[in-house]
Design a binder for this molecule. Sequence first.
Ligand code: 48F
Length: 265
Amino acid sequence: MEGKIKPVDETLITRAIIKKAAEDWIEFSDCDAVVVGAGPAGLTASIYLARSGLKTLLLERRLSFGGGIGGGGMSLHKIVVESPTDDILREFGCKLEMVEDGVYTVDAAAMMAKLAAGAVDAGVKIILGVSVDDLVFRDSPLRIVGVVIQWSSVTMAGLHVDPLPIKSKAVIDCTGHDAEVLSVASRKLHELKMSIPGEKSMWASLGEKLIVENTGEVCLGLYVAGMAVAALHQTPRMGPLFGGMLLSGKKVAELVAKKVKVHKR
Ligand code: 48F
């Protein structure tokens, strides 16, 4: 039986969108964790943060999530993961194909969709089309207490529009190869004495190991995960091998969950 489509007045469309979006922005103007960048590291981090009960906002500059997943390897629609990260992907319902013992391929589109659905289901608020262009800080001791945000469209148009701040107990840079949040911190907060030398050339396995090892807190309130770790510590890139991104995201979420819970007491 064909249903009759309900007529909707144009004013209602506008009011519904403005009211509901404003409610979200008010709710998430003060968070437990802000994750910047919805690539593999940011999606994974946000899932585990939300699962541990933290109010988690994931901000992504583009109008889509997945970061570098979608491009697979040189635009071929597969990426490679190694054990033990196959278990993380299985947990989110990804189908893996074994290449050899402990090495698997996964379809890029499936991985993007499953990680994003995992984040939404865990309670992460994902907002697309928003860029983080600065940090909010306090001194004595120096600490990061939030991010400064702008519509990506405004940034792309080169308009002079003042941004808005979002407060957060933890800010996690998951912006990938350019480590954009850390780069702002190194440029503007000289007290941190931080520089971003950029990643080294490729050595896949060593790169994976060092990313996970160096994932963590950069200064009070500011954390790094994923390829941004390689940019900070000048460790090797690994191309379309993604296990390290997932483990790094999971590790940073566990570190933040411990710290933020301690603050709450
Ligand atoms: O680049 P991206 O996928 O980083 P990742 O999670 O994973 C890296 C892999 O994709 C791959 C690799 C694996 O071996 O080498 O490259 O570390 O995702 C980063 C996301 O952050 C967004 C960007 O659009 C992308 O989706 N992003 C970057 N800068 C900003 C941002 C910003 N200033 N504000 C908001 N989002």
